[in-house]
Design a protein around this ligand. Structure first.
Ligand code: NAD
Length: 479
């Protein structure tokens, strides 16, 4: 650890309001999903706590919005360095609260520091629309004010930092609300932030199920950036409408991958499997429907099952674990219910198919052989390690099937013929479309969903603009 980096203690957890660590009268805890044991107590914020945070954020906005991009970049990079210096504590805590294997926790922290350092290297140039003797017209972007970042439980550190960097860099102040299932690392991010940002610039409040609705209804909050399920996204948008808050919604997905007959099966199987099962499939942009050309279907499915059998399940601190548990009891019950459709709909599992009871919320990795297009495992977002394989032969038909969903987050096409793949890719209805990859993301690249997968985009210049109001300046040169 760098000698001057603040060292966090990961045993007690507080709200961060106006750069003070604050306790609440009531506390709660979440459950370690690998063993169902209670994690430490965290605050349950009240309306009064939120009002205090909003007042501090509003006050801080006045000075913070007047700092330069350079100053804000420096602060964000120093914050990233301190996160990096504390990565062992964060990784351990992330595995404890989320359940993901330790190596995947380190990966998430590595991504978060990259996002914190890279997003502020972008610039939001002013556009001069007219410059004559008489007048100059400039179109530019100004910060919105107090933003609120609502974060889900699958990637609590990356998804919080993916909001912190653009919100603060563009001159806004931000209140982060973690999921009640994974509040620990986000509260520690807030504590760390007290060393790098003025009071009120970055605050973190943990709470129960009522805190999100309190925030979306709060008249002092100008912008909500929400990441979570499509169902909750609709509620967020409805609530924000009452005060005309600006909203970005990053929602669920049901990503298809279309595999053409010319692929090198051995080369891509590990990629497709990992991109279906990373974080026990609890990633919005994991591959959730695999369409394989009928000419290679049997061989591909066999190879996929064989490879998946080599991936180890277990508690995240055990060596070489790939599959951790799903994150919480609600998700566990949801996936268990989806598993009942295997028997109920007469589906054919070629791997797994039954959940073995354990101390934690572990789901047996499962692969379903050619289920009907309307079966639940195809139409629903499982958010657990169960994936359906389907056959295709006609290009237009597979494109139509891939698009036949309310979701539109990501999709991919796999082929040696990159022209053909790009032709298919351009017809897919999703915010990201990859050829010969899936789930590639980068801090400088906008990311978001079509249809019920979201509204607006985060990251890249588009993501910076999402935290700004556009403004047109008409500058007359004489009276
Ligand atoms: P969720 O919608 O249940 O909760 C997300 C967050 O919203 C949590 O912090 C929760 O406390 C809060 N919340 C719940 N009800 C609210 C309300 N009425 N008003 C305001 N906030 C409220 O989602 P989840 O179960 O935590 O996450 C899983 C879902 O998130 C999946 O559908 C997944 O695909 C999606 N997701 C999307 C992205 C993306 O970038 N598109 C990334 C990760 C996860």
């Amino acid at each position: 650890m760098a000698a001057d980096a603040p060292k966090l203690d990961f045993t007690t957890f507080h709200n961060v309001i106006n750069n003070e660590l604050v306790s609440t009268a009531t506390t709660r805890h979440s459950i370690n999903p690998a063993n169902r044991q209670p994690n430490p107590e965290v605050p349950v914020s009240t309306q009064e706590d939120l009002d205090k945070a909003v007042a501090a954020a509003k006050k801080a906005f006045k000075a913070w919005s007047k700092t330069t991009f350079e100053e804000r970049r420096t602060a964000l990079c120093a914050f990233a360095d301190a996160l990096d210096a504390n990565k062992d504590g964060f990784a351990k805590t992330l595995t404890m609260e989320q359940g993901k294997p330790l190596a995947q926790s380190y990966q998430e922290i590595g991504m978060a520091t990259t996002w914190l350092r890279t997003i502020p290297t972008q610039t939001l140039p002013e556009e001069v629309l007219e410059d004559t003797e008489d007048r100059k017209i400039i179109h530019h972007h100004v910060p919105m004010g107090v933003a609120c970042g609502i974060v889900p439980w699958n990637y609590p550190i990356l998804l919080a930092c993916g909001k912190i960097a653009p919100a603060l860099y563009t001159g806004n102040t931000l209140i982060v609300k973690p999921s009640p299932f994974t509040p620990y690392c986000d509260l520690k991010l807030g504590e760390l932030a007290t060393k790098f940002f003025p009071p009120g610039v970055l605050q973190v409040l943990s709470g129960g199920d009522d805190l999100g609705p309190m925030m979306t209804a709060h008249p002092g909050i100008d912008k909500v950036s929400f990441t979570g399920s499509s169902m909750t996204g609709k509620k967020v948008m409805a609530s924000c409408a009452a005060t005309l808050k600006r909203v970005t919604l990053e929602l669920g997905g049901n990503d298809p991958a279309i595999i053409c007959e010319d692929v090198d099966i051995d080369a891509i199987i590990p990629k497709i499997a990992i991109l279906s099962f990373l974080c026990s499939s609890q990633i919005c942009m994991m591959i959730k429907r695999i369409y394989v050309h009928e000419k290679i279907y049997d061989q591909f499915l066999d190879a996929f099952v064989k490879f998946t059998k080599t991936l180890k399940s277990g508690e995240g601190n055990e060596p070489d674990v790939f599959f951790g548990p799903v994150q919480n009891s609600m998700q566990y019950e949801k996936v268990k219910d989806l598993f009942t459709s295997i028997e109920g709909e007469g589906l054919k599992p070629v791997l797994g198919g039954k959940i073995e009871e354990s101390d934690g919320y572990f789901i047996t990795p499962t692969v379903i052989d050619n289920p009907p297009e309307k079966s639940r495992v195809v139409t629903e977002e499982p958010f657990g390690p169960i994936v359906p394989f389907m056959k295709w032969s006609d290009e237009d038909d597979v494109i139509a099937r891939a698009n036949d969903t309310q979701m539109g987050l990501g999709s991919s096409v796999w082929s040696k013929d990159t022209e053909r793949a790009a032709r298919i890719a351009r017809q897919l209805e999703s915010g990201s479309v990859w050829v010969n990859s899936h789930f590639d993301v980068a801090p400088g690249v906008p990311f978001g969903g079509h249809k019920w997968s979201g509204i607006g985009m985060e990251w890249g210049i588009t993501g910076l603009k999402a935290y700004c109001n556009p403004q047109t300046l008409w500058l007359k040169k004489s009276l």
